[in-house]
Write a protein that binds this ligand. Structure first.
Ligand code: MG
Ligand code: MG
Length: 257
């Protein structure tokens, strides 16, 4: 069941997603060598709660924290812990929050200090692929058009697309229909209609597309231990152009971009 949102609901979705963007920017200020991922999680949880919102991930199917933090070969769903970030790491921070009954979901992969140029390029390409996908997220297109755009952009540059995890519809619940894979065929899949809200989230690997689950039951990592990148926006489908409800602008401000 795909729920179309009214204009009023989309504004509420924007509030939740802006708060997620602000939380990611708050986390960005603290990313540095020596910082434990659990410290970042605490900062995010406090920030979300101080703004009258609920961290969406905490307690979701038993997930223990407010953020998913996935370093280097970890693709997504990493559990924050004692691991201290090192110079050269890349760290995916995925954040969800609920306020006024509506959900926000967005992720960004950060660089810790100086990162290998090859890995930097992976991050840049994954972020670009996200916007390639968003460019297809318009009324009258299909879910397959979004996935196709992400997949072709990344594969043409020698990267691989994770198959096991996908984007999703979002609204009053974090995960709604439809599923939004980062691969697909043009003209296939559910029709996109104005008022649909979806989270588009490419998970792109430097090496093989294959992943496996760590023993903690959550963390997904690449089989070949090569790095992975993850960027996510929540968008509303509109005629002509998607309305991006989450934001990286506040993160850019932290890095003076
Ligand atoms: Mg997310
Ligand atoms: Mg998501």
């Amino acid at each position: 069941m795909i729920y179309l949102k009214t204009d009023e609901e989309i504004e509420l979705m924007r509030v939740a997603n802006r708060l997620v963007g602000a939380t990611l920017a708050e986390v960005a200020k603290h990313i540095a060598p020596g910082v434990a991922t659990l410290q970042l999680d605490k900062i995010a949880e406090e920030f979300i709660c101080d703004h009258g919102a609920i961290p969406l991930f905490k307690g979701y199917n038993g997930f223990p924290n407010a953020l998913c933090i996935s370093v280097n070969e970890h693709v997504v769903h990493g559990i924050p812990g004692v691991y201290a970030l090192k110079e050269g790491d890349v760290v995916s921070v995925d954040c969800g929050a609920k306020i006024n009954g509506y959900c926000g979901d967005s992720a960004y992969t950060f660089e810790v200090g100086i990162v290998d140029p090859e890995v930097k390029k992976l991050l840049q390409t994954t972020k670009e692929a996200l916007y390639e996908g968003i460019s297809q997220a318009v009324e009258g297109k299909r879910v397959g058009d979004v996935g196709h755009a992400v997949q072709t952009y990344c594969e043409a540059r020698g990267y691989s697309v994770v198959r096991e995890l996908v984007g999703h519809g979002i609204g009053k619940n974090m995960h709604e229909d439809p599923e939004v894979p980062n691969y697909g065929k043009r003209g296939y899949g559910p029709l996109l209609k104005s008022g649909m809200c979806i989270a588009i989230e490419p998970m792109i690997n430097l090496g093989t597309k294959n992943v496996k689950f760590e023993k903690d039951g959550w963390t997904v990592r690449t089989r070949d231990n090569k790095p992975s990148a993850h960027f996510e926006h929540t968008v509303a489908i509109r005629p002509g152009k998607a309305d991006i409800l989450s934001t990286f602008e506040l993160i850019d401000q932290v890095f003076n971009k």
